[in-house]
Ligand binder design. Sequence first.
Ligand code: ATP
Length: 311
Amino acid sequence: MAVIESHGLTRRFGDLVAVDRLTLTVEAGEVFGFLGHNGAGKTTTVRLLNGVLAPSSGRARVLGLDPLADGPTLRRRTGVLTETPSLDERLTARENLTLYADLYGVPRAQVAQRVEELLATFELTERADEPVGGYSRGMKQRLALARALLHQPDLLFLDEPTAGLDPVAARRVRQLIARLSREGGRTVFLCTHNLAEAQELCDRVAVLEHGRLLALGTPAELARRLVHSLRLEIEVAPEGVPVALEVLHAALGRADLAHDAGRITVQGAERERVPELVTALAGAGVRIYRVVPQEPSLEDVYFALHGEVGT
Ligand code: ATP
């Protein structure tokens, strides 16, 4: 079932087209990555899909509703974590959540339990009664994520949820996001420019540039479609390295070759040529122990899309 459907969704600000004829579908239960440089139009899209901004043209349906006409009903069923969530720093985590539970219309009788559960899930129970002003960035981000879940939304929009966090805090937030989708069955629309994060979390990704959709698919599909060369690691008997390098150089021309003891790395080999390379090496008497093609990452896809060479 489609949770988000957009057709030709467009938003202009004066002469600038922030979102340009965006057509996509997000299925129930998936973690959908929305990737793009700063200013690509990610936040504007989230605002359009939540009905807080009107499209210039095109249309969208979110959870079966028209975001603009049914905004309040829709927003009771979506949770949004903005790029810079504002928390009341004078209040404690428990007070912040209780206050927002009321604003989100959580039934009074359920508030205390819901708040308790979220504090526990987001590992904030121990410091729940301290003012938020004294929290680390990671704790504030976890609290903001907890707040976005108070009303148990079916669809969660996360805008750069790990931006500015240290690697440990970022990993904890990523683990929580994975759990929300796996155990909670929620659909997550994740805006990020962190490609490793998207690779780890997302079932499918869309790449946006200047408001336009450049590519859409699973990371593996995009890699197959867009990245035609891969990195190859070849392990040979150390005395065979000079011959192996000669053979590879003759076969691949300008391909990037590096070696360390018996391990040779080839950058930019085409998948189709791997069997031929192995045959040539064996034919030259090189004893081959291992040939490991490294599958291209989302980062390689991203650079391929932008016409640059990945690392
Ligand atoms: P970031 O990763 O930096 O958050 P983004 O992909 O979320 O970027 P948007 O915030 O959607 O990008 O912005 C897309 C473009 O639209 C930018 O050029 C931005 O300056 C412009 N824009 C966004 N909101 C407005 C507005 N209210 N008025 C004028 N221009 C706007």
